[in-house]
Design a protein around this ligand. Structure first.
Ligand SMILES: Cc1cc2nc3c(=O)[nH]c(=O)nc-3n(C[C@H](O)[C@H](O)[C@H](O)COP(=O)(O)O)c2cc1C
Length: 483
């Protein structure tokens, strides 16, 4: 086998290579490996074409930018295309991951595949390899790749790692930081974003251990898509646990890959958390809002490139990175801070603002009296959502309210949309049994004049990213429609 070192290349080539390596944040040696790998992938594709020419009658249309030919695109602009490692876990839904490979390739994404030992009971490395046009990785101690510490390379030479199906076992390993097989070692060694598509029996999904692991993973910044509600492979069983459909996973992957550009140049205002309305200097009226959803939205909007102002009530959460945070206590202070933060393209009112405040807060601590309890007279607070939605000047182009309901969620959200004059309501059921208040996941319905979208149960981070994607699309449509 021929051997080549950087030193043997001519100066022009070396300079070009240095520039290219710097652009991709890789060493020159790593860049050469990537170039060779991509060239090899193209060769595999060409070879596959010769053996098994694509059948135009069966071919689906590909994205225009990948060229007109109906072949999973591994051929053009390889260096500029996103690279993804797909880890397939040992669940029934593994068969869908073969389709997922095709769908990712439809989007010009280069796919490399890892199958766990359990996954190989459901799909073969041969099938996955034929689809992704690449050697499929199965073994941590593979002498062919480990001469180069292959698991570290797999973990780093990618833009995103997708785990689909993410089994209960893989979630536990990830949450616990295990690294005793190739999949878990790659997941632990990576510095790239991770997207998981859990799939399991509803009992396994609802198990306290799985929910604990999921909460840990979302805290660790892992992105989650699904699972959906539906029938299970086990006859007669249904519930939450079906893997998200391949196209949903592709959409979530694209959001993670492209998310950084969606809201560049836009100004976004978010409110979050509860308000505290004083009764006296030591007591106040509060509510159970943790601020997790509002803070996640501010973080997602900032990650998407927006200039974000977050007006937050008292929460015990860190300030989201890259966000201008204004801390307030009461509803009236929140309204003032919101008005000062205008103009904005979008305003998202996720805070749980107290409807009432004490009419006359005492300026000294109210003492216990033997013969009577103090009467607390309440007055209404300003309605921030309605005030901003009804503004004549400086009304954000998109005003979004949240509706936390314990019953008739959709009907109440529709009524709120009409009453407040906002554009969208994100409605969620906050009954105690849902665990939404203070929890890490949420099931929301997006209610607008156009109808109701029921979103799957997902982490608050993923609700936020999905909302950001919808906002970006809507602003683009508004731009196109003109002033
Ligand atoms: C027929 C069958 C179907 C299974 N389906 C699932 C599943 O959908 N989700 C899951 O978490 N585990 C499922 N399991 C259990 C996993 O295969 C098992 O936990 C395995 O150790 C997972 O390994 P991995 O996480 O390394 O892929 C299934 C097992 C069998 C035998």
């Amino acid at each position: 086998m021929a051997s080549l070192t950087v030193r043997q290349l001519d100066d022009t080539l070396k300079r070009l290579l240095r520039l290219r390596a710097a652009r991709h944040g890789r060493s020159m040696e790593d860049e050469i490996r990537m170039i060779l790998r991509e060239a090899a992938q193209e060769t595999v594709c060409d070879a596959r074409d010769l053996i098994n020419p694509p059948n135009p009658a069966l071919a689906e249309p590909r994205r225009a930018s990948t060229g007109s030919r109906a072949e999973p695109g591994l051929r053009s602009e390889a260096a500029d295309r996103h690279r993804l490692v797909l880890i397939v876990g040992g669940g029934i839904a593994a068969y869908k991951s073969l389709d997922l490979i095709r769908r990712l390739q439809d989007r010009s994404i280069l796919v490399r595949c890892i199958l766990t030992a359990a996954a190989q009971h459901f799909v073969t490395p041969l099938a996955a390899g034929a689809l992704c046009g690449n050697h499929v990785h199965t073994d941590l101690f593979d002498p062919k790749s480990e001469f180069d510490v292959g698991h570290i390379r797999l973990a780093r030479d990618t833009d995103l790692i997708v785990v689909a199906p993410a089994t209960a076992d893989l979630l536990a390993k990830m949450a616990g930081g295990h690294a005793d097989d190739l999949a878990s070692a790659v997941l632990l060694a990576t510095d790239k974003p991770i997207l998981i598509a859990p799939a399991m029996n509803p009992q396994m999904w609802a198990a306290k251990a799985t929910q604990r692991n999921l909460a840990q993973l979302t805290t660790d910044g892992v992105h989650v898509v699904g699972p959906n509600v539906g029938e299970m492979a086990e006859r007669g069983e249904g519930g939450v646990g079906r893997m998200a459909e391949p196209l949903e996973i592709v959409a979530a992957a694209e959001l993670v890959l492209h998310g950084t550009r969606l809201l560049t140049g836009r100004r976004v205002l978010v409110t979050s958390g509860p308000t505290n309305e004083p009764i006296d200097p030591v007591r106040f009226i509060a509510n159970r809002s943790s601020g997790k959803q509002g803070h996640a939205i501010a973080a997602a909007a900032a990650a998407a490139g927006a200039d974000v102002v977050l007006v937050s009530g008292p929460v015990s959460l860190p300030d989201p990175p890259g966000v201008d945070v204004v801390k307030i206590e009461t509803a009236r202070q929140m309204l003032q801070a919101v008005e000062r933060a205008l103009p904005a393209d979008v305003a998202i009112f996720a805070a749980a603002v107290a409807d009432w405040r004490a009419e006359q807060p005492s300026d000294h601590k109210i003492k216990k009296q033997q013969d009577r309890s103090p009467a607390l007279k309440l007055v209404e607070n300003p309605d921030i959502l309605s005030t901003i939605a009804h503004r004549q000047a400086n009304r954000p182009r998109l005003v979004i309210g949240f509706a936390a309901e314990t019953h008739d969620v959709i009907a109440n959200a529709r009524a709120k949309l009409a009453k407040k004059g906002c554009d969208w309501i994100v409605a969620n059921d906050v009954s105690p049994e849902t665990g939404v208040m203070g929890g890490d996941s949420n099931t929301v319905h997006l209610v607008s004049a156009g109808g109701v979208e029921n979103w799957p149960p997902q982490s608050k981070g993923d609700v936020a990213r999905m909302l950001v994607q919808r906002i970006a699309r809507s602003l683009k449509d508004l731009d196109a429609a003109g002033p």
